[in-house]
Design a binder for this molecule. Structure first.
Ligand code: FES
Length: 83
């Protein structure tokens, strides 16, 4: 079956965002996508610091930017976006 890329997730892996939560958030996103079996539909990639460290950890989903993303609020962000 052919899969189509429908969504894009960008996670900041710059040192500030990475050390303040995106290292764990990366795994939360990977697990969420696998559990929902939608990993093949998502263009999921990391990027370097884009000077928004003060508002980090930063994650962007389909051009919506989420700031201060933690392991506590990330599951609801993902559930709301991919409902
Ligand atoms: S490290 Fe993420 S915005 Fe700077």
């Amino acid at each position: 079956m052919e899969s189509t890329i429908n969504h894009k997730i960008l996670i900041c892996l710059g040192s500030s965002c990475h050390s303040r939560g995106n290292a764990e958030n990366l795994k939360v996103i990977q697990d969420f996508l696998k559990d929902r079996k939608i990993d093949s539909q998502i263009d999921f990639r990391g990027h370097l610091c884009n000077e928004m460290c003060k508002r980090g950890p930063v994650i962007e989903i389909d051009e919506i930017e989420y700031e201060g993303v933690t392991q506590s609020n990330l599951p609801s962000i993902l559930s709301n976006h991919f409902n």
